[in-house]
Ligand binder design. Structure first.
Ligand SMILES: C[S@@+](CC[C@H](N)C(=O)[O-])C[C@H]1O[C@@H](n2cnc3c(N)ncnc32)[C@H](O)[C@@H]1O
Length: 410
């Protein structure tokens, strides 16, 4: 399989609707579905994030189910996989332009509700906050739910572009005072531009589906606990295509922090930051499990020698990961596939071999290992280096290679 997509457009179809940390490259999902899901009718992504694999399943005539605990991710996935009547959308886009007109030119505009939540003034200038509140009022007034959600996603992207968060950071870091002085975003124009781009993306998504009746359903169940039988019955999934988190949110990617401002503006969560502790590995366990994976036990021993607490974080993460794989295994059909896109991260100077560990966990659940493909990460927005021991000058390569593990159920 050719897995070098460095020259590919990763924003095609609806894939460019919204930024998100550690997104899957759409061409990988596409290649995996073509190779291992040629006759599939149902795909499952248990950590669907912004729904990359769901979109790719959707345009290939494969129904799909996704799950994620982040309400913003669920909303993005829903919007990216929902075809909307384009003419109705165009009417709303024109209407929005007309709605903004009196605000733009100070022509006796309507009253609006100024949004407020803790520390809002820390992240937004007064002018931006007012303009975003004006946009929010419009979004709230839309009656058609699918169109409202389409606007919400463009609004969320606008919020991000107009806040004082540093652009290339996925954690919530504020710009420096100097950067703030020269930062003068125009929310109305940014929102219109994003709506325009997303409209084009949606149009090409609809064309690509070629009238297929494919559906994508997105939920918020946690596969670590269980998979509701009312949603997915045992042995019903043909293929899983997913990229699980690399580690717990506090030491890897903080999805909750990334989404906090949007989750608050959109009234999806009161305290967006609290999400991270609910995600995989987010809470430290007290009952130490006995892993059957030799590789994992060796990796844990190596971290333990340096830092007991960090070893406990690692154990907590893989304990959740193992439970999740056990539950996911039960819903896959015999001969069905699990395709996991993972990266081996570095903790305290030790590589954690998630590729091997994933293989071990699935083998314990009656799967055969078909192949593991490796590829250099070229366009993922992730930290490429960290200082694994926290020492200045000690930089270790971090997650520069991606492993794609293919397992088949016996
Ligand atoms: C690497 S991202 C997935 C990105 C996705 N493939 C995409 O292209 O957008 C991992 C996702 O797992 C989610 N997550 C973490 N722990 C979870 C859990 N226990 N159950 C469901 N989702 C979880 C995070 O919210 C995040 O969206």
């Amino acid at each position: 399989m050719n897995l070098d997509f460095s020259q590919s457009n990763t924003r095609l179809l609806t894939h460019g609707f919204h930024k998100y940390p550690a997104k899957m490259v759409p061409q990988i999902a596409s290649a995996l579905i073509s190779e291992f899901g040629a006759n599939a009718s149902l795909l499952f992504d248990p950590y669907c994030g912004t729904g990359t694999s769901l979109v790719e399943a959707n345009v290939r005539g494969v129904d799909s189910i996704g799950s994620d605990l982040n309400p913003l991710a669920i909303l993005i996935s829903k919007v990216k996989t929902t075809p909307i009547e384009l003419q109705t959308l165009e009417l709303h886009l024109n209407d929005f332009y007309k709605y903004l007109f009196p605000f733009r030119y100070h022509l006796n505009p309507k009253d609006y509700i100024v949004v407020n939540f803790p520390r809002i003034d820390f992240w937004f200038s007064k002018e931006v906050k007012n303009k975003l509140s004006i946009i929010k009022d419009y979004v709230n007034s839309i009656e058609n739910i699918d169109i409202k959600d389409f606007f919400k996603i463009a609004f969320s992207h606008t919020i991000r572009e107009c806040s004082f968060t540093r652009n290339n950071e996925f954690k919530l870091y504020k710009m420096s005072e100097d950067q703030i002085k020269s930062f003068n975003p125009e929310p109305f124009g940014i929102m219109e531009e994003i709506l325009g781009m997303n409209y084009l993306g949606l149009k090409s998504f609809i064309e690509e589906r070629k009238n297929a009746k494919t559906t994508s359903l997105i939920y918020d169940f946690n596969t670590i606990d269980n998979i509701p039988q009312s949603i997915i019955i045992d042995k019903s999934i043909d293929i899983v295509v997913t990229s699980p988190p690399y580690g717990d949110s506090s030491t890897t990617v903080a999805y909750g922090q990334f989404s906090a401002l949007s989750n608050q503006w959109l009234d999806l969560m009161e305290n967006g930051r609290s999400l991270d502790k609910n995600l995989m590995g987010g809470s430290r366990i007290t009952d130490l499990p006995n892993f059957e994976s030799k590789v994992l036990n060796k990796d844990i021993e190596a971290v333990k020698k340096i830092d007991d607490k960090r070893a406990l974080d690692v154990i907590s993460f893989y304990s959740d990961y193992e439970k999740s794989i056990k539950n996911i295994s039960t819903v896959i059909k015999p001969n069905g596939y699990a395709c996991y896109v993972v990266s081996n991260r570095n903790v305290k100077g030790n590589i954690l071999h998630t590729d091997e560990i994933t293989k071990d966990f699935f083998q314990q659940c009656g799967f055969n290992h078909i192949n593991t493909f490796y590829r250099k990460i070229s366009n993922k927005r992730l930290p490429r280096y960290n200082s694994p021991k926290g020492e200045i000058g000690s930089r270790a390569e971090l997650m520069n290679t991606e492993s794609i593990i293919i397992m088949q159920k016996q």
